[in-house]
Design a protein around this ligand. Structure first.
Ligand SMILES: *Cc1c(COP(=O)(O)O)cnc(C)c1O
Length: 366
């Protein structure tokens, strides 16, 4: 098999160790003679996986006892709606900070449920930065304050979370959860589709502070109430057992790597390598995000012309670099370097970028 470098935006690279362990017990899980996919979600071997994954996540993110960890389905996209259904009381307002397409969607879905408000937005300048709101005092009319911690498509990321008083801070962390230590106590609710930094698609992690659930939700469907899943430990109905099994493998790997602080250090080093090429390229590569809002997970950049972008992506593909095409809404290039992308892949990308620039300059005297 040829060497490939996986920079897919999501679903994306998984740790090789996690895949190999899954492979080794794929058809005989824990001496059951069956795959983990073939056994009851109420069986002991599965339950062990399920509760271990919850425990590991609590440990790695230092989640306090007042919080519950849920494994749900429907992706981060269902959470756009579900959080509004469960938290947006009539007469109250859901506040949104718009920093990209995902926060726009979250805002739009909540607007179908109740009253919403855009507190700030960086749309006018192409979502190149995160508006600075160090603190925000809500009042009794505010149900919550919602942010998107990392903007997967535009390549921006909060360097510091705003301090919200009086109402819970809610974050879509789909593309940077577990990439660094965070102070969970700043948040009322965090949600993340697993397919970027946590595992395969199919499971969505929700971390929720139980006391924020004040709204009367008796009229909404049972399966859409957070309380239902809290009471059933995410076993109300059949959970995506294989996705949770893989999530557990990924969490085990993160722990073996030394936890979130070691992972964060590695992530900084990885991103630094690529941003450095962009910054030292005399404008040959143009970063999309402003320097103070740069994401360590998704690095977005353009070459000077559409033609050069196309050439670069083609050369990259020929050399085994996968997934570098920017999102269709912004174009250009994007390198997604989530936790599982190894340092070597980032070094290889840096070398490719340097090589390509040199060759383009000699052939076209740019
Ligand atoms: C990928 C992504 C989503 C969408 O996730 P689904 O699980 O496909 O619904 C939402 N928000 C962010 C920040 C994402 O990166």
């Amino acid at each position: 098999m040829n060497q490939i470098y996986n920079f897919n935006a999501g679903p994306s690279a998984l740790p090789k160790t996690a895949l190999e362990r899954a492979q080794s017990e794929l058809i005989n899980f824990q001496k059951t003679g069956m795959s983990v996919m073939e056994i009851s979600h109420r069986s002991k071997p599965y339950e062990e996986v399920h509760y271990q994954a919850i425990q590991l996540l609590k440990e790695l993110l230092q989640i306090p006892d007042q919080y519950e960890v849920l494994f749900l389905q429907g992706g981060a996209s269902l959470q756009f709606t579900m959080l509004a259904m469960n938290l947006l009381e009539e007469e109250k307002v859901g506040n949104y900070l718009l920093t990209g397409s995902w926060s726009e969607k979250a805002y739009k879905e909540a607007s179908l449920i109740g009253k919403t408000k855009i507190v700030a937005s960086s749309k006018e300048e192409g979502y190149r930065s995160i508006p600075t709101i160090p603190s925000f005092a809500t009042n009794e009319k505010d149900a919550y304050f919602h942010i998107t911690s990392n903007n997967t498509i535009y390549g921006t990321q909060y360097q510091q979370f705003p301090t919200i008083t009086h109402a819970p801070l809610i974050a879509d962390m789909s593309s940077d959860i577990l990439s660094k230590p965070i102070d969970i106590t700043k948040f009322g609710l965090i949600y993340a589709g697993a397919q970027k930094n946590l595992g395969p698609s199919g499971v969505t992690v929700v971390i929720i502070k139980k006391d924020i659930l004040q709204k009367d939700v008796s009229k909404i469907p049972t399966i859409l109430q957070y309380q239902t899943h809290i009471q059933a430990s995410s076993l109300y109905n059949t959970p995506p057992t294989f996705s949770i099994y893989m999530l557990n493998q990924v969490l085990t790997w993160v722990k073996e790597c030394g936890g979130t602080s070691s992972i964060a250090q590695r992530n900084e080093e990885k991103a630094q390598i690529i941003y450095e090429v962009i910054d030292e390229s005399d404008g040959f590569y143009l970063g999309h995000a402003t320097n103070d809002s740069r994401s360590l997970m998704n690095i977005t950049f353009n070459l000077q012309t559409e033609e050069l972008n196309k050439q670069f992506l083609q050369v990259a593909e020929e050399q085994g670099f996968i997934g570098l095409q920017g999102h269709r809404s912004v174009g250009g290039c994007r390198a997604s370097i989530y936790n599982a992308v190894p340092l070597e892949a980032c070094i290889a990308l840096r070398d490719l970028m340097i090589r390509f620039k040199k060759e383009a300059r000699t052939s076209t005297s740019l």
